[in-house]
Design a protein around this ligand. Structure first.
Ligand SMILES: Nc1ncnc2c1ncn2[C@@H]1O[C@H](COP(=O)(O)OP(=O)(O)OP(=O)(O)O)[C@@H](O)[C@H]1O
Ligand SMILES: [Mg+2]
Length: 319
């Protein structure tokens, strides 16, 4: 085992079986899940509905017990309780007493988790500000929209200034502005040196803020690492936009490289492998074409995600 001291969360071959009911067959939901989260990073745990994200998080939070395997947070086995003062948790469907206000509820959780009374009011004000709820702080939660309740949930996870924060679908139910606010909160936590683990299937949010991701499909980790690292050199593509490319040059490029052409007439867009960029540009320029733009084509997380799901449908996922 590579015991990197900077690994804040370590999940090692975790298996989880559920027995759906008396007489029913055991259902294996996690098939030996392993991954690790490093100190100070934002880690995205991504997967389709039913993949096992919440189950994994429940194992980490000590809410359910793994059938086998081991998970540690801050070096402590998740069955222990002492380390939990250092972690914050937003559950998938948080429930709050609807007759309390956001300020009251945050104050309540701050008290519950031992925030000293002297700093409590300031802490609550700060959190209300971070999640954009200052204006509604004194309204009862029953008057809140889904997105507003989600923000209360995020703030609640942070009251005691934890070192590691676990968020199950923090952007769920939020509009684009609300999602940006939560992303900003997460980035702020990172700047403060915190570690954030988040379950989500909103891939654009993951791309924007996560340092590393793991993709889980049918209880199996399919990818783990930085998004860029998923791509092997050969799969990096660039888009070149040219004008005035002659028919001969077009044919030449088409035949010599694995190029994909778009557009007709004056403006032609060609997608080529990064390693072919210089050669293609030389041919185009020599043929009198003009380069309008050149940009690297970013393979999106969505491509990787769909690929992982499709590969898994092709095989694997035994039960
Ligand atoms: N208590 C349980 N008993 C039986 N099966 C369960 C139980 N909890 C979860 N499951 C099953 O485990 C699988 C994974 O569920 P989980 O909630 O972890 O998925 P998820 O990745 O969080 O999905 P979502 O994106 O929809 O939140 C699902 O097939 C679910 O039906
Ligand atoms: Mg879930």
């Amino acid at each position: 085992m590579a015991g990197d001291a900077r690994e804040v969360v370590q999940v090692d071959s975790v298996v989880k079986d559920f027995r759906p009911g008396f007489g029913l067959r055991t259902k294996r939901v996690l098939h030996g899940v392993s991954f690790s989260v490093r100190e100070g990073e934002i880690f995205g745990f991504v997967g389709p509905n039913g993949a096992g994200k919440t189950t994994t998080l429940k194992v980490l939070m000590g809410l359910i017990k793994a059938t086998s395997g081991r998970a540690t947070i801050l070096g402590c086995d998740v069955a222990q309780t002492e380390f939990r003062r250092h972690i914050g948790f937003l559950p998938e469907n948080p429930y709050f007493y609807s007759f309390l206000t956001a300020r009251e509820i945050l104050n309540f959780y701050a008290k519950l988790s031992g925030v000293p009374s002297a700093g409590r009011r300031d802490r609550v004000d700060t959190l209300l500000n971070w999640v954009g709820l200052e204006h509604a702080a004194d309204a009862r939660l029953r008057t809140y929209s889904k997105g507003m309740l989600q923000r209360v949930g995020v703030a609640q996870a942070l009251v005691h200034n934890p070192r590691v924060i676990f968020l199950d679908e923090p952007m769920s139910g939020l509009d684009p502005l609300g999602r940006k606010e939560i992303r900003d909160v997460v980035l702020r936590l990172k700047r403060e040196g915190k570690t954030v683990f988040m379950n989500t299937h909103i891939l654009s949010d993951v791309e924007m803020i996560c340092d590393r991701v793991a993709i889980i499909v049918d209880g199996v980790i399919r990818y783990q690492g930085r998004i860029e690292d998923f791509l092997i050199e050969d799969e990096l593509w660039s888009d070149v936009v040219l004008s005035g490319l002659s028919v001969e040059a077009t044919t030449h490029i088409e035949e010599a490289f694995d190029a994909r052409f778009h557009g007709v007439g004056e403006r032609i867009e060609i997608r080529i492998r990064d390693k072919d960029v210089s050669a293609v540009l030389q041919i185009a320029l020599a043929a009198g074409a003009e380069v309008i733009s050149l940009s690297q084509h970013r393979v999106s997380l969505e491509t990787i995600f769909i690929d992982a799901v499709e590969r898994s449908e092709g095989g694997g996922g035994e039960s």
